[in-house]
Ligand binder design. Structure first.
Ligand SMILES: C[S@@+](CC[C@H](N)C(=O)[O-])C[C@H]1O[C@@H](n2cnc3c(N)ncnc32)[C@H](O)[C@@H]1O
Length: 196
């Protein structure tokens, strides 16, 4: 499905507005504590790529070639890979960090994508995530109502996903000390939960 999300200049313009309104700080948080081999899953136009700290080794992955071409201009030295969350083209335990920002609203099969993240995370590795989610109350019901039209216009984005709950269901333990919330945004660090 093609829409706003697949038009690099439109996406950058829209997100620049959100970043100016406060999202920029969350993006810095997402990137700054990445360690070791780091997968920026759904890197889009590469807005986070220049923010990863020295010593981390980021790789960007996205299913949209046009977005990757823009990401290439932003971060010429970062390896970029065409691919999808649901079938990550990496060996098991390949990454110490997987960073995900504003992606699971669009992933077609979130449980499969989350199980792929578990597979590619090395022992002790972390998922760093920042996502917009379904708000509570009336706004949530409104998000449900506009979802079909919005998904079409935006090119796959769902304004009513409960992504944090999906992460927990997929067997990750969310570190409460890292968790921040707004009405529509969540950010947190999660680790594969130990098998019981
Ligand atoms: C809203 S953009 C976010 C881009 C970037 N992470 C950021 O923070 O600016 C959503 C991104 O998710 C990507 N995406 C959509 N479905 C995906 C999937 N199944 N696997 C990986 N990335 C996907 C889109 O191509 C797009 O680049």
């Amino acid at each position: 499905m093609r829409g706003l999300e697949q038009v690099p200049w439109a996406y950058d313009l829209l997100v620049a507005l959100f970043e100016a309104a406060g999202l920029a700080k969350w993006r810095v948080w997402l990137a700054r504590e990445a360690v070791g081999r780091t997968l920026d899953l759904g890197c889009g136009t590469g807005r986070s790529l220049p923010l990863y700290p020295a010593g981390s080794r980021p790789i960007g992955l996205d299913p949209e070639m046009r977005l990757l071409l823009r990401a290439r201009k932003r971060a010429a030295s970062v390896p970029l890979v065409l691919g999808r969350a649901e079938a990550l083209p990496f060996a098991p335990c390949a990454f110490e960090t997987v960073a995900v920002s504003l992606v699971f609203c669009s992933v077609v099969d979130p449980p499969k994508g989350l199980s792929e993240i578990r597979r590619v995370l090395a022992s002790g590795g972390t998922l760093r995530m920042m996502e917009h989610v379904r708000p509570e109350g009336l706004s949530g019901r409104l998000a449900d109502l506009v979802q079909p039209a919005w998904t079409c216009l935006a090119g796959g984005c769902h304004p009513n996903r409960r992504t944090e709950a999906a992460v927990a269901r997929a067997g990750f333990a969310i570190d409460p000390s890292t968790r921040r919330t707004t009405r529509t945004l969540r950010r947190f660090v999660a680790r594969p939960a130990a098998p019981s």
